[in-house]
Write a protein that binds this ligand. Structure first.
Ligand SMILES: Nc1ncnc2c1ncn2[C@@H]1O[C@H](COP(=O)(O)OP(=O)(O)OP(=O)(O)O)[C@@H](O)[C@H]1O
Length: 368
C-alpha cells in the first residue's frame, strides 16, 4: 500500500505538488491521472525517494522509501523507457542490475520470460523498439519481485499492440495482489486500465474514487432527440426547465436537440404526453477527455494567477472536494526545470527507467 499525506513539493515559486493525500491499495490497478504538468512525475519521484518532499510524507507499506531495507524487493518502478545502455543486451543489463542488488541470476531468465523478451534477450537493447524497451524496463522493475509497482506514463508512444500488452500485464500484476500505481494524462486510457483513480490537477487532489464513479462524474449525460416538429419539442422540454442545445446535422442527417442532464425516459415521456412523434431518441455521453480537462483545471499552459476553466467549475457541475479553482499554484508548464533537488542515490532503487542522474546512479554511473 502507498499512503501520501499532505505531500508537497516546491521548486522555487512553482508548487509542483500541493498538499496531496491519497492511498493506493493492493490488488487493483490505480490510475494516477492529471494533465501534463499536474505533478504526477514529481509525486512518483517522491514515492521512490528520488526527490524530497518540501512538506508532508509518503509511505510504502508504512515506511518511507529510505527506511526500506531491500527497496528493489519491495518497490519497482518504470519511469522512462530507452534508458538502458544501447550496447548492452537485455540479459546482460538485467544480470548487472540483479548482481548490484544481490538478486539471484536465475531471476533474470524468469523476468525475461514474464515480459516476453526471452527470444531477444541476447540482442542489443539499443536496437529495441519503444515497446520492447518498455518491456525491458518492466522486467527490471520486476527483478526483486516487489509487491508495489509504479509506472509513469507507460503507454506513451506505444502502438496499439504495445498499449494492450501493458494494460493486460498490469491487470495480471494486480490480480497477483500487488499494488499497481500507473500515471497517465489520458482518461480514456485509464478508463480501460485502472479500477481506481487518484486524479490531480495543478498539484492538488481532485478526486480519489473508482474509475467508474469518476467517469460518471466527469462525463455529461445528455439526450439527443429529433422529430418532425422541433419547435413544439423545444417548447415542451424548456417548459420543464430542461436545457436544450441545437446540434448541427451530422453526416448529412437532420439537426437535433441535445438535452442536458436528462434521460431518454424523461424526454420520451414528455413528448408522448402531447402526442409528439420522435424520429430519434438516444442517450449521449460527453467527451471524457474534455470533461477531464475541465475537472482538472484545464490548460496545461497556465501561468500563476491566470484564471482558467477551473474557476467556472461549480457552474459546470464539477464535483465537490479539493478543487484547484483559481489557485495561483499552477504548474507553469512552460517553466524550465532549473533544478533537480534532493536527488538520492538510486543504487538500490527498483527503478526501471529514468534518464536522470538518478538512473545513472542506478546503473552505477559506469556508463557501460
Ligand atoms: N526539477 C524541477 N525543477 C523545477 N520545476 C520542476 C521540476 N520538476 C518538475 N517541475 C515542475 O513541476 C510541475 C509538475 O511537473 P511534473 O513533471 O511532476 O508533472 P507531470 O504531471 O508528471 O507532467 P508530465 O506528464 O508533463 O511529466 C511542472 O510545472 C514542472 O515544470
Amino acid at each position: 500500500m502507498i499512503e501520501a499525506q499532505g505531500l508537497t513539493k516546491r521548486y522555487g515559486r512553482t508548487v509542483a505538488v500541493n498538499d496531496l493525500s491519497f492511498t493506493v491499495q493492493p490488488g487493483k490497478v490505480t490510475g494516477f491521472l492529471g494533465p501534463n504538468g499536474a505533478g504526477k512525475s514529481t509525486t512518483m519521484r517522491m514515492i521512490l525517494g528520488l526527490d524530497n518532499p518540501s512538506a508532508g510524507q509518503v509511505r510504502i507499506d508504512g515506511k518511507r522509501y529510505a527506511e526500506l531495507k531491500e527497496p528493489l524487493r519491495q518497490v519497482g518502478a518504470l519511469l522512462e523507457a530507452k534508458w538502458v545502455h544501447p550496447n548492452r543486451s537485455a540479459r546482460s543489463h538485467l544480470r548487472w542490475m540483479a548482481a548490484a542488488n544481490r538478486i539471484p541470476g536465475k531471476r533474470v531468465d524468469e523476468v525475461l520470460e514474464i515480459v516476453g523478451l526471452t527470444s531477444v534477450a541476447g540482442k542489443r537493447a539499443g536496437g529495441f523498439s519503444l515497446g520492447m524497451a518498455q518491456r525491458l524496463g518492466i522486467a527490471t522493475a520486476l527483478l526483486g519481485d516487489p509487491q508495489v509497482l509504479l509506472f509513469d506514463e507507460p503507454v506513451n508512444g506505444l502502438d496499439p499492440e504495445g498499449i494492450l500488452w501493458i494494460r493486460q500485464f498490469m491487470h495480471r500484476l494486480a490480480d497477483e495482489g500487488r499494488t499497481i500505481f500507473v500515471s497517465s494524462h489520458l482518461l480514456s486510457e485509464m478508463a480501460l486500465t485502472a479500477q481506481e483513480l487518484v486524479v490531480i490537477g495543478r498539484g492538488r487532489l481532485i478526486a480519489q474514487t473508482s474509475t467508474h464513479a469518476f467517469i460518471d462524474m466527469a462525463s455529461e449525460s445528455a439526450v439527443r432527440v429529433r422529430g418532425p416538429e422541433m419547435e413544439r419539442l423545444r417548447g415542451v422540454l424548456t417548459g420543464q426547465g430542461l436545457a436544450v442545445r441545437d446540434v448541427a446535422a451530422g453526416d448529412g442527417g437532420p439537426a437535433a436537440f441535445l438535452v442536458s442532464n436528462s434521460s431518454t425516459e424523461q424526454v420520451g415521456e414528455l413528448a408522448g404526453r402531447i402526442g409528439l412523434v420522435l424520429h430519434e431518441l438516444a442517450a449521449q455521453r460527453g467527451s471524457l477527455e474534455q470533461a477531464f480537462i475541465q475537472l482538472t483545471g484545464g490548460e496545461v499552459e497556465y501561468h500563476a494567477g491566470t484564471p482558467g476553466p477551473g474557476d467556472s467549475r461549480s457552474a459546470t457541475g464539477a464535483p465537490p472536494g479539493p478543487v484547484p479553482a483559481g489557485t495561483a499554484a499552477g504548474p507553469l508548464a512552460g517553466t524550465p526545470r532549473q533544478s533537480v533537488d534532493g536527488g538520492v542515490d538510486a543504487g538500490g532503487v527498483g527503478v526501471g527507467g529514468g534518464s536522470s542522474a538518478s538512473a545513472e546512479a542506478a546503473r552505477g554511473g559506469t556508463g557501460r
